[in-house]
Design a protein around this ligand. Structure first.
Ligand SMILES: Cc1cc2nc3c(=O)[nH]c(=O)nc-3n(C[C@H](O)[C@H](O)[C@H](O)COP(=O)(O)OP(=O)(O)OC[C@H]3O[C@@H](n4cnc5c(N)ncnc54)[C@H](O)[C@@H]3O)c2cc1C
Ligand code: FES
Length: 273
């Protein structure tokens, strides 16, 4: 039987964990084994559909971390364990994991950009012998916006993890952030000059976040002498069908949903405004 890539299927919410005021992680019953960095189209009948990254997966389940911003995500926010939502996918190319084996991997993630790369970090956390070294640089707006605090704490046992916030909120402190991590205020780009690069040829970088963050973060790494071919980014650009049909994601001649969302920076630099 030919699989219909458009056909949504039911996925039961097994668990729901609060990350921030607006972000929740949903564990969904789903047998699919995606590639690290892929996304699904998530829908609610009569409401709509939107692309969401797979933030983690395991035997019989997928996790997605969803920020309440508009009609579909507001509808999902109201759901509870036992309720059902609809998925189709997985779509997109994912990260080229083997390219990072034996290398010094640096992951720079801003805000919800940490979601698509979380499963990659978890993979290497479970197999640290596959990397030479790993640095995780994360940036959020305020301490209240920090995602995956428990995971940051866990990763910091094995990797170097830095968390920066643009500004302190009214709680006025960084203590709410995982305390094994280095905690700072300032933009994520301010962390890059202090990253120790063992040898330039061995460094590979993943950058995920808003386009402006990816652009300036990549520029900082280029200034440190990295080749653009050793940098990868992932786009969370407006998408609709996820299948190369509607054209919503198209930048010039590139369909982000088909060729991405992960791009080598040699190509991505032409796509970032
Ligand atoms: C590959 C990919 C992966 C993604 N992964 C994630 C993820 O892991 N987690 C996550 O939370 N999100 C993710 N997103 C983003 C998510 O798909 C969008 O936030 C999506 O638009 C939410 O749908 P919605 O119907 O809830 O919001 P929408 O109604 O589409 O609103 C989204 C935003 O647009 C604004 N907006 C809506 N309508 C208008 C208008 N008429 N004029 C001006 N502004 C408007 C809203 O204020 C809001 O800020 C991803 C996107 C892509 C492409
Ligand atoms: S999202 Fe429809 S063509 Fe890419």
């Amino acid at each position: 039987m030919v699989k219909n890539n458009y056909a949504p299927f039911r996925a039961k919410i097994l668990e729901k964990y609060q990350q921030t005021e607006l972000d929740w992680t949903y564990r969904l019953e789903c047998p699919i084994k995606p590639i690290f960095g892929q996304f699904m189209e998530v829908s609610l009948p009569g409401v709509g559909e939107c692309p969401i990254s797979i933030s983690d997966f395991g035997d019989g389940y997928l996790e997605m971390t969803i920020r309440r911003v508009g009609k579909v995500t507001e509808g999902i926010d109201k759901l509870a364990p036992g309720d059902v939502l609809f998925l189709r996918g997985p779509y997109g190319n994912g990260f080229p994991l083997e390219t990072f084996y034996g290398k010094h991997l640096i992951v720079a993630a801003g805000g919800t950009g940490l979601a698509p790369v979380k499963s990659v970090i978890n993979h290497f956390y479970a197999h640290p012998e596959l990397l030479k070294q790993c640095d995780i640089l994360t940036g959020f707006k305020t301490p209240r916006d920090v995602l995956f605090k428990g995971d940051l704490e866990k990763w910091a046992q094995t990797f170097r993890v830095e968390v920066t916030v643009d500004k302190l909120d009214e709680s006025g402190n960084l203590e709410v952030i995982a305390n094994s991590c280095t905690r700072k205020t300032g933009l994520i780009t301010s962390l890059i000059p202090d990253v120790r690069l063992s040898s330039l040829e061995d460094v590979r970088v993943i950058i995920v976040g808003p386009p402006v963050m990816m652009k300036f973060t990549a520029q900082e790494f280029l200034c440190r002498g990295l080749e653009k071919e050793n940098i990868w980014v992932s786009f969370e650009r407006k998408m609709s069908c996820g299948l190369g049909k509607c054209g919503h994601c198209k930048i010039d001649e590139t369909y982000v949903c088909l060729e991405g969302p992960v791009f080598n920076f040699a190509k991505a630099q032409t796509l970032l405004d």
